[in-house]
Ligand binder design. Structure first.
Ligand code: CA
Length: 530
């Protein structure tokens, strides 16, 4: 049992020796008059995770955390004061011109060999961590009917196929009432296509369509995109080599009555369940993991405990030859120079700048900037602005060179550390990482969120012991032990790595899986709706 840090001596955490603020680690914060280990006396109460000035800061002076200016003081701040967001003026975003390009050459870390997990090998070479029948939908109109069918598939068919973990309808809000020929419509369409091909679904694509929608099944899954699972689903050979597209179209004249639709979906599901059920887990190297990392409901501890532990684990995964994606454009925008300098080639840096410029323009069109990101909960949790939040978010990417960039909705190609350009919105980021081919998800939270996905296991990491204690049956890892002094970043990083192999193998379920907590798929649609 971890000791309540409220009862501990005053503890503050400074991220860099050049920082002039530190954050209060103790549960419940520290009272005015508290004497810190350095001898500094608090002039006022400072809540947990909030910043205290370590030195006098003049008006206009830089407030530094992570060795970065997170803002300028709007008035003089005396040492020992609470430095909250109302005292700070946020710096302008770094220009995308003149950035350092592939300048850093991190010392290569030794490969990590011998780590494996039990996964499902797919015909396309990818590996699943779960064995799920996913039912693709072309349009929201069919969601109710598909859901009805899924309930019956689960109760009547699934018990006969014990090797299949679940049946999941890929429900979304897209498909009609949208400007489908707009250039940016490519994003939601390819997102949906690539999610249908996620490694956890074994290449068994089946589609429920309405009939009159803009997103026709052939547009969603053109010839050649359906994997050839075995001789039973052959559609084309030659240039269009691939499996046949199984579509249940509700407006088909053959359907008389609702039950005809339901039975048709169930009949098709049964064929796919039979093939999925015949699959078995086999031992595969850890390099087959495709891990998406993100954070949500962040606080000032996110960048001190959970995210650095994720960053350490990211390095372990890269050393093991795996693929790791970090995302959340607005949460890395302020650290763009750190990223372009870490790119493995100038092309990777240019691709990153291109994605950032696209997103700057997207935000600009909506007459906001990256500062629209922070939430009331972030600020209550001690994060003054997006610059401070970004510095804490970016550490999830660890220290490896960045070897690739994934555009929104695209599939990840290649191993190593990839930047997947997605919004920071938890649901949209998770949805786009699913499309990129993620087979395991890691999610850090300080304020607390019960986030989960039906399509892949989500390992949730608490940034504070207080949250981990209260949400003991929702959080999989407590990184708050780092702030308590009970564990190191390296220890929690290794614990995460081992848990990933257990969860990927199906030996262990995450809390979100045990409670069946699933959030909606939310497609990123920057194109107009009609
Ligand atoms: Ca997020």
């Amino acid at each position: 049992m971890t000791m309540d840090t409220a009862a501990r001596p005053p503890l503050t955490i400074r991220m860099n020796e050049r920082d002039n603020v530190a954050i209060v680690a103790n549960d419940g914060g520290l009272a005015a008059g508290t004497v810190l280990a350095s001898g500094l006396v608090l002039r006022e109460r400072v809540p947990q995770a909030h910043k205290v000035a370590l030195a006098d800061i003049p008006e206009g002076g830089e407030v530094r955390r992570y060795d970065v200016a997170i803002g300028r003081a709007l008035k003089p701040i005396a040492a020992g004061s609470w430095v909250h967001e109302r005292l700070l003026e946020m710096p302008a975003a770094r220009s995308l011109d003149g950035l350092p390009i592939a300048t850093r050459r991190p010392t290569p870390q030794p490969p990590l060999e011998g780590y494996t997990f039990e996964g499902y090998r797919n015909a396309d070479g990818s590996v699943g961590t779960r064995n799920i029948l996913a039912i693709t939908q072309t349009v929201q109109c069919v969601a109710g009917v598909t859901d009805f069918a899924v309930q019956r598939i689960k109760s009547e068919l699934l018990p006969r196929f014990p090797n299949v973990d679940d049946v999941v309808a890929l429900e979304h809000g897209y498909g009609c009432g949208v400007a489908i020929d707009a250039p940016d419509a490519v994003i939601p369409i390819r997102t949906l296509r690539n999610i249908s091909l996620n490694p956890n679904f074994g290449g068994e694509v089946m589609v429920v369509s309405l009939g009159c929608e803009k997103l026709q099944p052939e547009r969603l899954m053109p010839p050649g995109t359906i994997p050839l699972v075995d001789e039973r689903n052959v559609a084309d050979i030659g240039d269009n080599a691939g499996g046949k597209l199984d579509v249940v179209c509700l407006q088909d004249e053959a359907h008389v009555g609702f039950m005809s639709m339901i039975e048709s979906i169930m009949r098709q599901a049964e064929e796919h369940l039979e093939r999925l059920d015949a699959r078995r887990r086999e031992t595969v190297p850890a390099s087959e993991l495709v891990v998406g990392v993100q954070c949500g409901g962040s606080d000032a501890f996110s960048g001190v405990t959970a995210n650095p532990a994720v960053g350490f684990c990211t390095d372990l995964l890269v050393r093991a030859g795996a693929t790791v994606m970090f995302s959340e454009v607005t949460e890395v925008r302020d650290g763009i120079d750190q990223l372009t300098s870490r790119a493995s080639t100038p092309e990777v840096a240019e691709a990153m700048i291109r994605e950032m410029a696209w997103y700057d323009a997207y935000l600009d069109k909506g007459r906001v900037d990256r500062s629209a990101n922070t939430t009331p909960g972030n600020k209550k949790g001690g994060l003054s602005n997006i610059v401070e939040k970004a510095m804490g978010s970016i550490v999830k990417s660890g220290t490896a060179p960045i070897t690739g960039v994934v555009s929104p909705g695209d599939k990840a190609r290649g191993k190593g550390l990839l930047y997947a350009a997605t919004p920071a919105s938890d649901f949209i980021c998770g949805t786009l990482q699913l499309a990129a081919g993620m087979n395991l998800h890691v999610f850090t939270t300080g304020r607390g969120t019960p986030y989960g996905l039906a399509q892949v296991p989500v390992i949730k990491v608490a940034t504070r012991s207080d949250l981990a204690r209260r949400w003991h049956d929702l959080m999989d890892i407590n990184a708050g032990r780092i702030a308590d002094g009970d564990a190191t970043i390296e220890e929690v990083g290794w614990e995460m790595f081992r848990l990933m192999l257990d969860v990927a193998s199906g030996r262990q379920k995450t809390w979100a899986e045990r409670w069946k907590l699933h959030n909606a798929l939310v497609l990123f649609n920057p194109a107009p709706v009609t």
